[in-house]
Structure formats: structure tokens, C-alpha cells
Design a protein around this ligand. Structure first.
Ligand code: GLU
Length: 464
């Protein structure tokens, strides 16, 4: 049974790199009919906040990355970590170290001044035949892991290939602080062990932790999971993705009017490919996803491509669903969505031409608010040339049958009667009705409105 996990630290929001890690871990579990576990690594109490936990859960929910177990909180598992530390002390795979932080600082300074790599000198490390100094009174010890000194520790990374490091390069890691609280790498190890994780899929900022974690797992006689370290995501400009690049929080994409399926499809292609396939559903993705087709090189963010995918998914989306998504956006702007014109009908006409839900809200808003054209707009579009045709049109629509072909015929009749080209009438109609010069075809646009509203918005033609 394949078991993967997503283990974010709740210190900010769910960012786009974290979401990609979550997606790959989730998809790998789904592909193998395995289980996906959510674990909140909240032991950094100074930086972890309940808001950040909520932001992670909201982001995962929005994307639909459902977990089978959890969320587990490390802060609720302290007793378990302490129990394992006790066992390691008893079995001799860990030991108390009374070297104080000040002594450590001095030790490191001295080593540096001699051109040596700074490291713990092993004073308190028990060895066969070695007599340890007597424990100083009044010093709270830390607990260190007794790292092997010989040989290498390595793993076949499922993305990066073989990685090895000599044990002599690794210090004896502190696994419990002076106050007895377990440290980060240790909690991860106990959790991956207890949660029977088979595949650890995570960002490659953790590659340096892996040899230490493997050594501790081995000391615990635990099965070592397989590791897949994902390369980082770079911004559009090739620099490490950061706030400078705009929206890096997943929920910011929600705010900015992206559909979750567009974000997921986009994230899926960040460092993974399936031939030339660009547009696919999560069902297809889970069917295809494997670790063999993850690129070891960094993936580059491409906002244009995300926008293209979002436009695609908006076109595909059901109008009623889009209306449900756009309505709260309008309400948040203080716009009351009336029964008529129908929001669904507006969306149906506009969704072909926009990239995100906020643009859809922009387009819909003008149907529900009082529009007062500015004097500049009136001067520009209600010219002596256009006005007579516009007035004929206003007279005509009081009677015309309320459907696009009839309205189109009326427009043609009015421009024909005055020897005008289409834009001379269409432009004033567009700006008076919507305040915008760019709209879908004007006959279709008009049928979205109730007749009275069109008459009201065009009334200015009679008063000029
Ligand atoms: N909590 C770590 C992070 O947010 C992830 C640890 C892991 O996946 O092993 O970067």
C-alpha cells in the first residue's frame, strides 16, 4: 500500500510550490490507490499560527486535494516523540550532551580559526572504553543522536538519482533541546515511521535533511521510505519564486479569479510531463502520474500559460457554476445582482472573451449599476453624424421583437436609412449601454437587457 504525505509548516500561506508538492504527493497516492496523509508541522511555535493552518486547509480544500488521514498536528504528538527519545537513550543510539550553547560557540570559533569545519567535538559521545566526564550540575543536557562515524549514507532519489554522503561529514544531531522538546528532523522521522509513509515527496530544500533522517530511521530499525525531491519553481524571470512575482499564495489565485482546475492543470505541468499533453483533467492526471517523468531541473513559472488555461476552463465551465462564482464577487463590490438581466446569460455571452472571474465580474457589473456616461464619452460617440440613427433606433426598439435577429435588422435599417457604417451606431450603443467600447456583438448584447433598461440608458440620445 502506497502512503504519501504532505507536511507543511504553518508559518504563512499555502504557496504555489507547496501546492505543487501536495498535488504530486496526492496524485501519486491516487494513481496507486494508496493513501494521502496531511500532517501539520507546527513545532516552530514562534512562527506557526492558527491562521496559517487554516490557510493550508482552505487551499487544499479549494484545490480538492483531499486527504485520507489527518490532519495530524506535531504539537499533539509530543509525548510520542519523547517516548522514542527515551527508548533511544536506553538503547544507546542517543546520548545526553552537557556542552552548553556558549561552549559550542567557543568550540566553533576555535575550529574556524584553525581552518576546520565547525562541528561538535563529541565530548559526551559514549564509546566503548571511553570514560565520560562527570555530568556538571546545573546544566540541562540536550539529547544527541549517535550518528555512525563510518561509511556512507545514501539513497536512490526518485527524481535526482543516487545521492550519497560520508557519515564522517555529519554531526551528532541534537534531537531534543535543553527543555526536552524534540527538534524538527526528529519529529519528521518519527512521523514518517509511525504513519508508515512509503514515499516522501517533498521540495529539494530538504535534501540536506535526508541523510540524517535516514540514519535515525535505521537506528530505530524502521523501514526507510523512498524519497523524491522536487526541484524548486522559478519565477517568470528565472529567479527563485517569491512575493515579487505577484500571487504566490494559492488563495491569492482564488482571489484573482482563477478556477481551481486551471491552477491544478497548470501545477501538474510544472516539472512533470505526459508527452505533449497540456490540457487534462485531474482524473487523467492521476491515471498518468508517475515519478519517472519529473524533471530534475527547476521548473519555470509562466503566467501567460496559466492565463491561457484559465480562459480555457472558464469557456468550458457551466454557466450556472460560473454565476455562483461571480455573484459573490459582485456582492463584495456592493453590487446587487438583479433577477434581470440574467447573470447566467451575461456570462454565457462574455465567457468566451475573458481570462478570469474578476474580468467576468467587471463585464457583468455594468448591467446592475446606474451608468452615467461622462461628458467626454457623450461628445466622442454621440456625434451629429450618429445621433439621427441612434434616435431612430430608440424609437424602433419600443416595438421590436426582443431577440437578436430582429434587433440586428433594426440596426441595419437605421444605419441604411442614414448611409452610415455599422460602427457609427454600434459604438454609441456599446458605450451607452455598458460604458465600454469593447463588447460582444451588439444585437446579442442588447437582448441581455430588459427592454426598459435599454430605453433608460439610451434616453440621453433624445435630450442632447
Ligand atoms: N515542513 C516542511 C516544510 O514545510 C516539510 C517537511 C517534509 O516534507 O519532510 O518545508
Amino acid at each position: 500500500m502506497i502512503r504519501t504525505r504532505f507536511a507543511p509548516s504553518p508559518t504563512g500561506y499555502l504557496h504555489i510550490g507547496g501546492a505543487r508538492t501536495a498535488l504530486f504527493s496526492w496524485a501519486f497516492a491516487r494513481h496507486h490507490a494508496g493513501q494521502f496523509i496531511l500532517r501539520i508541522e507546527d513545532t516552530d511555535v514562534a512562527r506557526s499560527t492558527p491562521e496559517a493552518v487554516q490557510a493550508i486547509i482552505d487551499g487544499m480544500n479549494w484545490l480538492g486535494l483531499t486527504h485520507d488521514e489527518g490532519p495530524f498536528y506535531q504539537m499533539q504528538r509530543m509525548d510520542r516523540y519523547k517516548e522514542v527519545i527515551k527508548k533511544m537513550l536506553a538503547s544507546g543510539t542517543a546520548y545526553y550532551c552537557y556542552t552548553t550553547p556558549e561552549e559550542l560557540d567557543r568550540m566553533r570559533d576555535e575550529q574556524r580559526s584553525q581552518g576546520l569545519k565547525p562541528r561538535y567535538d563529541g565530548t559526551w559521545r559514549p564509546e566503548a572504553g571511553k570514560t565520560l566526564p562527570p555530568a556538571p550540575s546545573g546544566v540541562q543536557p540536550v539529547v544527541r543522536f549517535k550518528n555512525p562515524t563510518e561509511g556512507v549514507v545514501g539513497w536512490d532519489d526518485l527524481v535526482k538519482g543516487r545521492i550519497e554522503i560520508a557519515n564522517s561529514e555529519l554531526d551528532d544531531l541534537i534531537i531534543a533541546r535543553q527543555d526536552g522538546t524534540p527538534t524538527y528532523n526528529f519529529c519528521v522521522v518519527v512521523d514518517d515511521w509511525d504513519m508508515r509513509i512509503t514515499h516522501v515527496i517533498r521540495g529539494d530544500d530538504h535534501v540536506n535533511n535526508t541523510p540524517r533522517q535516514i540514519n535515525i530511521l535505521k537506528a530505530l530499525d524502521a523501514e526507510v521510505p523512498l524519497y523524491a525531491h522536487l526541484s524548486m519553481i522559478l519565477g517568470d524571470d528565472g529567479q527563485k519564486l517569491s512575493k515579487r512575482h505577484g500571487a504566490v499564495s494559492v488563495m491569492q489565485y482564488h482571489e484573482d479569479g482563477y478556477l481551481p482546475e486551471a491552477v491544478l492543470n497548470y501545477l501538474a505541468r510544472l516539472g512533470w510531463s505526459h508527452g505533449d499533453d497540456e490540457i487534462f483533467s485531474m482524473r487523467e492526471f492521476c491515471g498518468w502520474f508517475d515519478l519517472d517523468h519529473i524533471t530534475p531541473s527547476a521548473a519555470q513559472f509562466n503566467t501567460e500559460k496559466l492565463n491561457w488555461l484559465n480562459a480555457h476552463y472558464i469557456k468550458q465551465a457551466d454557466n450556472a457554476r460560473l454565476a455562483d462564482l461571480v455573484k459573490p464577487r459582485l456582492e463584495a463590490r456592493g453590487v446587487t445582482v438583479a433577477q434581470s438581466p440574467s447573470l447566467e446569460a451575461i456570462i454565457s455571452l462574455y465567457k468566451e472573451r475573458i481570462t478570469n472571474l474578476n474580468e467576468l465580474a467587471d463585464a457583468a457589473e455594468v448591467f446592475y449599476i446606474d451608468l452615467t456616461p461622462t461628458p467626454e464619452i457623450l461628445a466622442q460617440h454621440l456625434t451629429p453624424e450618429s445621433l439621427p440613427a441612434l434616435r431612430d433606433f430608440v424609437a424602433g426598439i419600443a416595438e421590436v421583437s426582443w431577440e437578436a435577429p430582429a434587433i440586428n435588422a433594426l440596426i441595419k435599417h437605421c444605419i441604411g436609412a442614414h448611409g452610415l457604417k455599422m460602427p457609427k451606431l454600434a459604438m454609441p450603443l456599446r458605450v451607452l449601454l455598458t460604458g465600454q467600447a469593447q463588447t460582444p456583438s451588439v444585437d446579442a448584447l442588447i437582448t441581455l437587457f430588459p427592454r426598459e433598461l435599454v430605453l433608460k440608458r439610451l434616453a440621453v440620445a433624445q435630450t442632447i
